[in-house]
Design a binder for this molecule. Structure first.
Ligand code: NI
Length: 154
């Protein structure tokens, strides 16, 4: 396992479209292990492959609860409900945060390293992280969706 470098700010790779994974091999497993290690090292709760310079549709999430870290390959939102507006940050945009409108719950279909298709329902924080990480696979950053709140006059 290895900690990879997280791409930040204006790195053009963050704006590229990631490719669907079609080969489920050892290399993919190593990528996922490295992504989880890199996310943990950065104290993150989610990381998408393009953030370490790999344009593949792979995300990892760890909410540090009983579910442990999870890896989703080719994740796609197949259903969404409700609305939430919460503050987000991103390991690729250090020192910033902003409020983003997201669905309150999402159903996501994805593959695992065995090539089989699975489904997960995420609510609240998990829904937000799923949406945020899947956006990365399409070159979208949360700042593109940031809700600009009226600034209070000092
Ligand atoms: Ni991010």
């Amino acid at each position: 396992m290895a900690i990879r470098t997280i791409r930040t700010d204006n790195d053009p790779i963050l704006r590229k479209l990631s490719k669907t994974v079609t080969v489920f091999d050892d290399k993919l497993e190593v990528l996922i292990e490295d992504m989880i290690e890199t996310m943990h090292h950065a104290d993150g709760i989610g990381l998408a492959a393009p953030q370490i310079g790999i344009l593949k549709r792979v995300i990892v999430i760890d909410l540090y609860d009983e579910d442990g870290p999870m890896a989703l390959i080719n994740p796609r939102i197949i259903d969404q409900n409700g609305l939430q507006m919460e503050e987000e940050g991103c390991l690729s945009l250090p020192g910033r945060h902003g409020v983003v409108k997201r669905p309150l719950s999402v159903t996501v279909q994805f593959e695992e390293t065995d090539g089989q298709t699975y489904e997960i329902v995420g609510e609240e924080l998990l829904a937000r992280v799923l949406c945020h990480e899947i956006d990365h696979l399409d070159g979208i950053l949360y700042i593109d969706k940031e809700v600009i709140l009226e600034e209070k006059a000092e």
